[in-house]
Design a protein around this ligand. Structure first.
Ligand code: 5GP
Ligand code: ZN
Length: 117
């Protein structure tokens, strides 16, 4: 997608430090962290919503999630992390390329996943 910031980061057109990369996803730090450690795991394929996914996308996303579990300790998330995917208006999704927030590096309050917390 031409005007998608995450597609541009995936393509390397916008520089970002990649903490992890494979054929399916990249992991970068969120530009506006909401916790001591706040990463974005971004599937390389562009789609916005779970409801847009194909069966192949679902299989790929499953692989990404399994990989996140594997690499979490190397990201400083060895004590756990919160996993968030914002979908649509009510969740205030702001980047319309599906991505997974990984929050950790500290004890997280019950409400720290909320934007205004
Ligand atoms: P959403 O609100 O769509 O779930 O999350 C989008 C996230 O992307 C936000 O937490 C925001 O801080 C982050 N973000 C937006 N633009 C950039 C960028 O150019 N680089 C990085 N690293 N993060 C970004
Ligand atoms: Zn995109």
């Amino acid at each position: 997608m031409d005007d998608c910031i995450f597609c541009k980061i995936v393509a390397g057109d916008i520089p970002a430090k990649k903490y992890y990369e494979d054929e399916l996803m990249i992991v970068i730090a969120d530009i506006s962290p909401k916790a001591e450690k706040h990463y974005l795991a971004i599937p390389k394929k562009h789609y916005k919503l779970f409801s847009e996914m194909t069966e192949a996308d679902a299989a790929d996303l499953g692989k990404c999630i399994r990989k996140i579990g594997e690499i979490a300790p190397s990201l400083g998330l060895e004590n756990g992390f919160r996993f968030i995917v914002n979908q649509g208006d009510d969740a205030e999704q702001t980047v319309f390329h599906l991505h997974m927030h990984l929050l950790g590096g500290q004890k997280l309050s019950t409400h720290s996943y909320k934007r205004d917390a």
